[in-house]
Design a protein around this ligand. Structure first.
Ligand SMILES: [Fe+2]
Ligand SMILES: [Fe+2]
Length: 237
């Protein structure tokens, strides 16, 4: 299946509805092969991230909720969501239609991607223009973009910075290596500040701090209630 087709198919959001909490629990059934230091249930990772943020930023409840839901797109790995292969769901993301930056993980394998030999796609700006904004850039498909679509299309009330975090948290070439900044808009620059804060918790929360799920559940249910009870939908497969 082509990347574009996958995005179109899953972008329909037209099959099943489920609550955010149900989705968190469903995620426990999937394993992310790209995540070598994550040997705990996914719900622990979600809550560890959210709780660590909550401790340091007690007033930013939108960021707590972002921590809880940022990886829910990984349900694409689950058989009930079509069981997409790992390469289509997890791992770093990167722009298409312009040069593959050397900071992208396993960069050497782009040699086998015909885009790297295309006279337009292999240039710095490619099909884009300087400062066009990441909104206008096609990013490789994965759990980030899927969850972003689900949140946006369901009319979430989360702020733009939350959607930015959800959409680009696997875009390591940007937020870790500083690549592709020339494509960013002024809004992107502002939102990137929050993504950099978030990323510390996404990584360092993967410690052995155990979370009492039942104890914190009421708090997160109250946050979920604020944005939507049916944020996560099963997609057309
Ligand atoms: Fe993720
Ligand atoms: Fe994560």
């Amino acid at each position: 299946m082509q990347v574009k087709t996958m995005r179109e198919d899953y972008g329909k959001l037209d099959k099943v509805e489920m609550s955010i909490w149900e989705c968190c629990e469903l995620l426990n059934d999937v394993v992310d092969d790209s995540d070598p230091d994550l040997d705990e249930p996914q719900i622990e990772h979600l809550l560890q991230t959210a709780e660590a943020i909550r401790k340091d930023y007690p007033d930013e409840d939108w960021l707590h909720l972002t921590g809880l839901i940022h990886d829910l797109g990984k349900v694409l790995l689950h058989p009930s969501f079509g069981g997409l292969p790992q390469w289509a769901v997890v791992g770093d993301t990167f722009p298409l239609g312009c040069a593959f930056d050397e900071s992208i993980v396993h960069h050497k394998y782009f040699e086998y991607n015909s885009d790297s030999k295309n006279s337009t796609y292999s240039t710095k700006n490619g099909i884009y223009s300087e400062g066009c904004g990441l909104d206008n850039v096609m990013i490789s498909w994965g759990h980030d973009d899927y969850m972003y679509l689900v949140a946006k299309e369901n009319g979430t009330t989360l702020p733009p910075a939350a959607l930015f975090i959800i959409r680009y948290h696997s875009f390591y070439p940007l937020h870790k290596s500083g690549a592709y900044k020339h494509l960013m808009s002024e809004d992107d620059v502002e939102n990137l500040k929050w993504l950099k804060i978030f990323n510390k918790y996404d990584l360092y929360s993967k410690s052995k701090v155990r979370i009492d799920v039942e104890k914190v559940k009421p708090y997160y249910l109250s946050l979920i209630e604020k944005v939507s009870t049916t944020l996560v939908r099963k997609l057309g497969v």
